[in-house]
Design a protein around this ligand. Structure first.
Ligand code: ADP
Ligand code: MG
Length: 258
């Protein structure tokens, strides 16, 4: 086995599709026979719920992993999806910024926890909606960062702040960090604003923007309450087809890098 490729799914705005992208890309990779792990790094635990992990099933969490109290294999659990594993989170994680702030290695806790890892092809880290210590830990540990961008006003302003953080991490703790790409989410083709944000994003960011666009689709928002990705909940839906295309394009980009 070789080292996994680690992808931080990040955007400091909430509700832009980070968790939905983590769950559906994770399921898409697993469905292609690629062993994949999702690490839930958001205290809200939406990724954990989204792959079918009940709140009671969260005894050991990403907090314990960061704290160095346990090893990765000890904290990984199964999900509703074959080939997809999970490190769950609970609200305890919300104190991580404070609890770990005095540690000299505080931005390298995730990197340290994943350093010996050889079981997975891909590790997706679902980041919280902030640019604090948790997201920085994900960026320091990651090979690439994938940015969901909600097709709405102000989307690009938030993005420049995130890219600045990526630049800082690159100048310091993780010089090899790459931006995999930006994915437009919750796109409404009938809405002029969606089209405008897409045009602006492609003009400013060029190739960084995925060709695949995730449409606003009600099946995507229903799926988490069943503990399933939309690709399994309703495979024929527009949301499922879009996320399948995203997985394909993600893998194409991986090939280009290799
Ligand atoms: P984040 O993790 O960035 O906070 P989520 O992935 O949790 O964002 O998405 C926020 C909400 O929007 C969730 O309720 C989710 O089910 C819903 N949602 C996400 N993507 C779509 C989409 N393409 N169409 C419809 N609803 C979506
Ligand atoms: Mg989320």
């Amino acid at each position: 086995m070789t080292k996994p490729t680690i992808i931080a799914i990040a955007n400091q705005k909430g509700g832009v599709g980070k968790t939905t992208t983590a769950v559906n890309l994770g399921a898409g990779l697993a469905a292609r026979g690629l062993k994949t792990l999702i690490i839930d790094l958001d205290p809200q635990g939406n990724a954990s719920t989204g792959v079918g992990c009940s709140v009671r099933g969260r005894e050991l969490t990403s907090y314990d992993l960061l704290a160095g109290r346990i090893t990765l294999p000890e904290v990984v659990i199964d999900t509703n999806i074959d080939g997809l594993k999970l490190v769950p989170s609970t609200p305890d994680l919300s104190s991580a910024d404070i609890d770990f702030s005095a540690l000299p290695n505080r931005i390298r806790l995730m990197k340290a926890a994943l350093s010996a890892e050889q079981d997975y092809k891909y590790i997706l880290i679902d980041c919280p909606p902030a640019l604090g210590l948790l997201t920085v830990n994900a960026l320091v540990a990651a090979d690439t960062v994938l940015v969901p961008l909600q097709a709405e006003f102000y989307a690009l302003e938030g993005l420049s702040q995130l890219l600045m953080t990526v630049r800082e991490v690159r100048q310091g703790a993780n010089p090899d960090l790459r931006v995999d790409g930006v994915v437009l989410t919750m796109y409404d083709g009938r809405n002029n604003l969606s089209q405008q944000v897409e045009a602006d994003a492609r003009a400013t960011l060029g190739e960084l923007v995925y060709t695949t666009i995730i449409p606003r689709n009600v099946r995507i928002s229903e799926a988490p309450s069943h503990g399933l990705p939309v690709t399994i909940y309703d495979p024929a839906s527009a949301g499922s087809r879009a996320y399948n295309a995203l997985t394909g394009e993600f893998l194409d980009r991986q090939k280009e890098i290799a």
